[in-house]
Design a protein around this ligand. Sequence first.
Ligand SMILES: Nc1nc2c(c(=O)[nH]1)N[C@H]1C(S)=C(S)[C@@H](COP(=O)(O)O)O[C@H]1N2
Ligand SMILES: [Mo]
Length: 428
Amino acid sequence: MDDKSKKLAPAELNRRKFLMNSMGLVGGAAVAKTAMAEEAFLPPAVPSWTRSLGPGVLTNPYGQPSKFEAHVQRRNVEWLTADKIASISFTPLADLKGIITPSGLVFERYHAGIPEIDPSKHRLMIHGMVSNPIILTMDDLMRFPSVSRIRFLECPANGGMEWRGAQMEGVQFTHGMLSCCEWTGVLLSTILEEVGVDPRASWILAEGADGSHMSRSIPMEKALDDAMIVYAQNGEMLRPEQGYPVRLINPGWEGNTCVKWLRRLEIGDKPWYHREETSKYTDLLADGRAREFTYEQECNSVITSPSPEKPLSGKGKGKGKYWVEGLAWSGRGRIKHVDISFDGGVSWREAKFTSVVEPKSLTRFGIEWDWDGSPAMLQSRSVDETGYVQPTYAQLRAARGTNSIYHKNAIHTWKVNADGSVSNVQIS
Ligand SMILES: Nc1nc2c(c(=O)[nH]1)N[C@H]1C(S)=C(S)[C@@H](COP(=O)(O)O)O[C@H]1N2
Ligand SMILES: [Mo]
């Protein structure tokens, strides 16, 4: 080391090292030496894995992602909940492709932890205002006609930490109480036909078998429309985290209505809100009043790349062409279009859909962007088939104030900085 380099501060040394490493094989002598010491794997060299045999079949009887993807995982926010039993973890949205959330990455929300349920001992009881009350085993349930549907599931608290201002540096935390699976099971309407519902019945109480006995009142219209009793997700049986062996899915509705580890459906003629064990979420308005019935998850969208987890400089490229992509969804039906702004909402360009467009499902959008290397404000704005347009923060706060936790679906802004890093900011 010469005198000059001795004077460099540690941070500067680190940056110099980073730059040298990123120069790769064409870099300085020191870098080339390290690469030689390891192995030549870049073309025209033939890497070791091409010159040897790998482990055989059944190395992983139930496969795992590559070890190089170990950073892709659910995460929690330590300060958000007192413990991990009544808590939540977030889906790593930045690392996902397409619209299906892999089963092992679906965000988790428990009020009393994950019960371990032996499916042979589990029963689903359906009773109340019906002519033939029944107690179903899992085998009984499998005998009903089955359907599979791709639907998103979102906790209404998604984005709740952002109501008062930008706070979380990552799309995993600003929007990750969100997943989308192919759910397989029986339409609730099919089962209701079997039990013979009293025509005066108008509500259903759904109760979970976990320690929280979580229960929710579901209006009969939803039950007869598209509610599903599901036992499988993404082609495999439900994961314990998602309600194994059976759960309720109310497509497009608040995640908390989708009771997991489902053990009981009681048919009645009024909601069970007077009962102590039945809690529900309400939206606090600006004037302190609460919105009582909020079931649908409104139209929403977010750019997943670039994002704090996916900076532009991470690839060592700087300015130039990038594929900007993200997710849009609406609890009211299909996404009709998504517009992207690169200047904080002054001008907009329509994005392409790069996935199938299913109702009440995540929809993947993308758009090519030629970044000139200067700071930019990226936003996505979605519109659903009912014509509902995703609101700005100003519009949402005018309607709902800042006291809320739930149903935050405002247009989100990522600030792309000149160095390619991405920060969470809020503008009107
Ligand atoms: N039995 C039971 N069902 C439950 C819960 C619970 O704690 N117990 N949490 C609810 C909430 S608040 C949400 S947002 C969703 C989350 O579903 P997931 O854990 O499959 O992502 O499950 C719902 N169903
Ligand atoms: Mo939730």
